[in-house]
Design a protein around this ligand. Structure first.
Ligand SMILES: NC(=O)CC[C@H](N)C(=O)O
Length: 321
């Protein structure tokens, strides 16, 4: 069913979601990375990017927060661009783990396979694959350039977060070397881990993330800058990965209740992709037990349900004047 909505009606729904969720006090900031524990817990923003480039934003959508695991999507896209869909499937995989994002057991259970670029193991593996191999500065330039193209503007490294995370990432160090043991790291393990940690420490806004999501929903063409960032054939590949594991062990519940493939980060960001329709992002620091933003989840669920949209239904909206 095609439903016609005006931009004003759409704005109203986003505003309603914001008003309903704003006072929710559930969850707490991530504290295993000291920087994140100190971010103002009341920050909250929602942004939608339509495929004609119009954006709707309510609340703190200009605040730069740590992109954290949402960056896994960006770098998976970069690896897909550099290697193609088949080689990423062979070298990393596209499976759900059903386990927490930083799971070591998941690596062992998948027969030495990182499973997907959207959990820590596969993301470190993806960073190792980024070309030019052996050139940390060149790889970083490629990672940041790709994030910039997807978001339509540059992210900014949050130095304090990078330091905070580098000083405390002992679990990720084990993952990097375990993957090396299984020949699933394709460059220097310490360099790959450092690139992963640095990309997680990039500061982005909810507005930027909604544009990145809009770029995926739009088949690789950034709706705002109109730049073709990646080949349209890769859009369903990355969206399938997001749908399979975007909320880690709670991905099934998320898909069932929200109807939109989305990826979370412990900085409080969630980025959702509704193919052919829009990209959406919400940000609020307090997280549930799996590291997913409580308010961002509620806001996106509200909007999807209110508009009666679902990636598994054939409902869609057309925005009219
Ligand atoms: N889920 C997340 O956002 C985790 C990202 C964080 N950088 C980590 O590796 O632990």
């Amino acid at each position: 069913m095609d439903k016609k909505v005006t931009l004003a009606q759409l704005k109203e729904v986003v505003q309603e979601a914001y008003d309903q969720v704003k006072t929710n006090t559930g969850g707490k900031n991530a504290d295993y990375i000291p920087y994140l524990a100190n971010v103002n817990k009341d920050l909250f923003g929602i942004s939608v990017c339509l495929l004609n480039g119009q954006t709707i934003h309510v609340g703190d959508t200009d605040y730069r927060f740590g992109i954290e695991s949402v960056s896994k999507v960006h770098t998976a896209i970069l690896a897909l661009r550099q290697y193609g869909a088949k080689e990423i499937l062979d070298k990393i995989g596209a499976d759900a783990t059903g386990l927490p994002f930083n799971s070591i057991i998941a690596i062992l259970l998948e027969n030495d396979h990182p499973s997907t670029p959207l959990v820590n193991a596969g993301a470190i593996s993806a960073c190792s694959m980024v070309k030019p191999i052996g050139d940390s500065a060149g790889k970083w330039e490629a990672i940041v350039g790709n994030v910039t193209d997807l978001c339509g503007s540059a992210p900014q490294l949050i130095d304090e977060l990078y330091k905070s995370e580098s000083d405390t990432n002992f679990n990720n160090r084990s993952i990097a070397w375990l993957l090396k043991n299984y020949n699933r790291i394709y460059d220097d393990p310490d360099m790959s881990l450092d690139l992963y940690t640095r990309q997680c420490s990039l500061g982005v806004t909810a507005l930027q993330l909604s544009i990145a999501a809009g770029t995926i929903a739009n088949g690789g063409v950034n709706p705002v800058t109109k730049k073709e960032v990646f080949d349209a054939a890769l859009a369903p590949k990355i969206t399938a990965m997001i749908a399979a594991v975007g909320f880690y062990e709670h991905t099934g519940d998320w898909m069932y209740t929200s109807g939109i493939p989305a990826k979370t980060g412990v900085g409080g960001g969630v980025m959702g992709v509704l193919p052919g329709q829009f990209g959406i992002a919400a940000f609020a620091p307090p997280l549930d037990g799996s590291g997913n933003s409580v308010k961002a989840q509620l806001a996106i669920q509200y909007i999807m349900n209110k508009l009666e949209l679902n990636v598994f239904s054939n409902n869609h909206i057309t925005v009219v004047d």
